[in-house]
Design a protein around this ligand. Structure first.
Ligand code: AMP
Ligand code: GLY
Length: 427
């Protein structure tokens, strides 16, 4: 039989890590990426189609005998790419539009958590600015405000004062700063604790889990500054321990998938559980419908098991029964430090020459390209998160030191990164 052909959709560091994991498969898939970025070219053939151009992607897949499509970001899921491909009988790792609502609508997600009886922060839904202001007026502080729709990481505010909450309500609901995404709001109880993410790969009924990962969302050291898409990550996270992670996944994923199936949705893809580990037990903050970024950049390099057959089985609704609730085999620990451009997360500078990106890199280092482009012989920046430097080693501490050693080889004007990735949270 000829080698399988896989298309990865997306263009950031997460997709580079997915491409890398598929490329390592012993089934030797031929990997394509749409649209990808030049940093992925040694591993994958690029297809010049945007991730959200559903019609063009479906046409391309039809003409290229593709055996599996893996969708990286949330925007093509929201655009219905998985549904359109499935209508053409193409196996896809990624939920359809309805399943992706777990991520694309916070109100839908909360309703599903409620139906499934999952532990989550108490909340109310506001459909006008006046209603939201009334809710905030008598809410304990801090209070958490979440825009209903996708907002590229800008749709959540943890407000310590009523003024701050009022400013978000005004911007989103009166001035339309997030467009349609901000018209409806979830007003949510603040939960103190340690954050962690558990990712599972599911065929809609059975699932396998990846080691728990921890993201660092704030821009600055010590969890200061604005929220970003993620400035770095590590895996396995310090908590929960593996057996507890499994128990949490069972308690959350089985009921959630059951509620989705009851509603007629067969969810084939990644379920990303964003958790707060509180004194009263784990609480589900959010679900994403895809691999996290940068979480994928630490979880996938750790795998000691071939990703391709698992992804393929999940996409076909056929994960082996005996794998249900088990870990994807993994070894060691990984730390990823994101190098971001000046101006990130607001208006990042692009076109800045990057030095030191060509390697060779020491054993255990993977440099995942995110916002990079080529200009002549140079690498230049083309996005907010420019590269993710991941180190894999036997322990988290060794991986952390190796990652920062590698970071020091890369330079560009305005480069910003956190110095405390994989260190304990500030007291
Ligand atoms: P989300 O997009 O829902 O993950 O929210 C973004 C970030 O806001 C999370 O990673 C948490 O750090 C924080 N957050 C969201 N909801 C809560 C909550 N109920 N209590 C405390 N922090 C929260
Ligand atoms: N790192 C968080 C996310 O991918 O949503």
């Amino acid at each position: 039989m000829s080698d399988p052909r896989v298309l990865v959709v997306g263009q950031g560091g997460r997709e580079h890590a997915i491409v890398d994991a598929l490329h390592r498969s012993s089934e030797h898939p031929k990997v394509f990426v749409a649209p990808g970025n030049p940093g992925m070219e040694p591993l994958a053939e690029r297809v010049p189609i945007e991730a959200t151009d559903v019609q063009a992607l479906v046409r391309w897949v039809r003409g290229h005998a593709i055996d599996l499509v893996v969708i990286g970001p949330e925007t093509p899921l929201e655009a219905g790419l998985a549904d359109a491909l499935r209508a053409d009988a193409v196996p896809v790792l990624g939920p359809g539009k309805e399943g992706a609502r777990l991520e694309t609508s916070k109100v839908f997600a909360k309703e599903m958590f409620h139906k499934a009886g999952l532990p989550t922060a108490a909340f109310r839904v506001a459909r006008s600015a006046d209603e939201a202001e009334r809710m905030v007026a008598d809410a304990p502080l801090p209070v958490v405000l979440k825009a209903d729709g996708l907002a590229a990481g800008k749709g959540v505010v943890v407000a310590s004062t009523r003024e701050e909450a009022g400013a978000a309500i005004d911007a989103w609901m009166r001035r339309g700063a997030l467009g349609a995404s901000g018209r409806t709001l979830v007003v949510e109880e603040f939960l103190p604790g340690e954050e962690t993410s558990i990712l599972v790969l599911t065929d809609g009924e059975r699932w396998v889990l990846f080691p728990a990962a921890r993201d660092h969302k704030r821009l600055g050291d010590g969890d200061t500054g604005p929220n970003t898409g993620g400035m770095g990550a590590c895996a396995p996270a310090r908590v929960p321990q593996p057996e507890e992670a499994k128990a949490i996944a069972h308690a959350l994923v089985d009921p959630l998938l059951a509620v989705l199936r009851d509603g007629g949705t067969s969810y084939r893809g990644i379920l990303y559980l964003g958790l707060m580990l509180t004194a009263a037990g784990p609480q589900l903050l959010e679900v994403n419908a895809r691999f996290g970024d940068p979480e994928a950049q630490v979880v996938l390099p750790l795998l000691a098991e071939d990703l391709y057959p698992l992804a393929n089985a999940a996409a076909r609704g056929a994960l082996p029964k005996e794998r249900h609730g088990t870990f994807v085999a993994h070894e060691g620990a990984a730390v990823c430090v994101v190098l971001a451009a000046r101006g990130y997360p607001g208006s990042p500078e692009s076109g800045i020459v990057i030095e030191g990106l060509n390697g060779p890199w020491p054993h255990g280092i993977c440099v995942y390209h995110a916002g990079v482009n080529r200009r002549g012989a140079n690498w230049v920046t083309s996005g907010g998160r420019v590269v993710g430097v991941t180190a894999r080693s036997g322990t988290l501490e060794h991986a952390r030191l190796a990652a920062y050693d590698a970071v020091r080889r890369v330079r560009f004007d305005g480069m910003q990164y956190r110095n405390d990735i994989a260190q304990s949270p500030q007291p």
